[in-house]
Structures are given as structure tokens and as C-alpha cells.
Design a protein. Sequence first.
Length: 151
Amino acid sequence: MLLQAGMREFGLLLRGADDIVAWLCAASAFLALGATFRNGELVRVSLVLTPLSARARRQAETGCLVAALIVAAYATWAISKFVYESWAFKELAQGLIQIPIWIPQMSLVIGSAVLLVAVLDELVAHLRGEKTAYQRAEDERHARKDFSDHL
């Protein structure tokens, strides 16, 4: 985007830049999902869980993690099926850059699979009685007196 904007100032045109920017924006959003979840930066249900007793919170958090696992598994399956169909039908990008569309779409498959593994990992840690990565990250922020995640 910056290259395109800078070139525009000099009257130059980078053909296909809109296509590339769109693919990279989608990739940056999806490839960061797993790490964002583990760092406690995704929207979670801590407002609902915090006032619960320890036992009720554990049960509710287990339910939330199981639901998140189901959603992530379904999303990974659906996105993979969609990308497979793009590959099977030899679908090409409709912009100026004519490449097989499954190539940039693979970032969605990889990102959703990474999120699925991250949720599964957190669920296993939670069921073992260990502190989850997102809870450790939240505890570290609170130890630094950083309560910005509650804004």
C-alpha cells in the first residue's frame, strides 16, 4: 500500500497492486489468529467468567474452549474445502494479476489451521489443570498494572 501510494505521488502506476494488497491484508489477518489468541488479544468472555466462582469459571471456560474448538474446526474445514474447489476448478484471480486464486487463499487455510491448533492446545492445557497461555499473558499485563485489555 505504501509503495502504491508513494508511486502515485510521482505519477507512476503499479498494476495489480490492489490485488496484492488485498491478498496480503487477508493473509496478515488470518496468519496472526493463533498467536493473537494465545496472547489473550482476541475477544474473550472474561467479563462473564471473572465474577464466577472458581469451579463455575472452570466449567464455563471449558465450555467456551470446546465451542471455540468446534468453530475453529468448522472454519478450517469450510475454508479448506473452498480453497480446494478453487484449485480443482483451476480458478484464476479476476484482477490484473492472473494467478491461480488458491495460492493467495492458502493463507486463510494456514491461518485457520494455526488457530485450530492454538485453541486445541489451550483446551488440553486447561483440562490438565494448567494455566492457559492467554491467562498467563493477562496475568503478566495485570502485574505490570496494564489494564488496557479491559477498555
